[in-house]
Design a protein around this ligand. Structure first.
Ligand SMILES: [Zn+2]
Length: 236
């Protein structure tokens, strides 16, 4: 994991405003990141100071509903109802999704410059949002570069059996008495691999939002803040 721009903290230190995936950083012209608490909350849109950090680029967001709908950057609605973007945004436009504990995923096909940015909570994952985004990307799966951002980890994500029923059994779900511990990022990564993305092209970025430092977590701290996962192409 590498780090994006730093934002000064009140105590005089500084924390990276976003985290980057080395595999995506290596893609020429790509701008991407998974923001941390230091960038501020995106729950009501971009926080103060963000436009400067993002180089003044235009940020497009979604009205997220934990479904599997995917929209393209040409969608006329300023805030489309969907949980994933897929397509080829014009240079200077960033596609974003907002998460606290859900899994943010960025997919990139460098040759055709197509991108997908996905919000995958357990409901959306069970509904197939990851595979829907890959299909909408329309690129050869073995050439896709993927990054799975900060999300609630297998250390902290305790759920009822209904969640495991929805996600399906697998190594991502471990029984703990009447409850289950789920590694949602593991489930998302397994789905990418099953769909044909090579495991060596899938990177996990950042830690657990529940017990890790520097993240918003709805489950662990009842935060209302949201982090941003974003991707787009640099201006020529
Ligand atoms: Zn944790």
């Amino acid at each position: 994991m590498s780090h994006g721009a730093s934002i000064p903290e009140p105590n005089g230190g500084s924390q990276s405003a976003w985290l980057e995936a080395p595999g995506l950083s290596a893609v020429r012209g790509l701008v991407h990141g998974f923001t941390t608490r230091a960038a501020g909350s995106f729950s009501a849109g971009p926080p103060a100071g963000w436009p400067a950090a993002a180089g003044g680029r235009r940020l497009r967001l979604l009205r997220q509903v934990h479904g599997a709908a995917v929209v393209g950057p040409e969608h006329p609605d300023p805030l489309p109802e969907a949980d994933a973007w897929a397509g080829r945004p014009p240079p200077g436009v960033l596609l974003g999704v907002r998460t606290a504990d859900c899994v943010p995923v960025i997919l990139c096909h460098p040759r055709t410059r197509t991108l997908a940015v996905v919000h995958a909570g357990w409901r959306g994952t069970a509904a197939g949002v990851v595979t829907s985004a890959l299909e909408a990307l329309g690129a050869p799966r073995q050439e896709v570069v993927a990054a799975v951002g900060p999300a609630i980890g297998g250390c902290c994500y305790e759920v009822g059996p209904e969640v495991v029923r929805a996600l399906g059994p697998g190594p991502w779900a471990t029984r703990a008495g009447r409850r289950w511990i789920v590694d949602l990022r593991g489930r998302v990564e397994a789905e990418l691999v099953r769909a044909g993305v090579p495991p060596g092209r899938i990177e996990r970025v950042g830690g657990c939002t529940g017990c890790g430092e520097g993240f918003f977590s709805h489950r662990a701290r009842a935060d209302t803040g949201r982090m941003l996962a974003f991707a787009g192409w640099r201006e020529p």
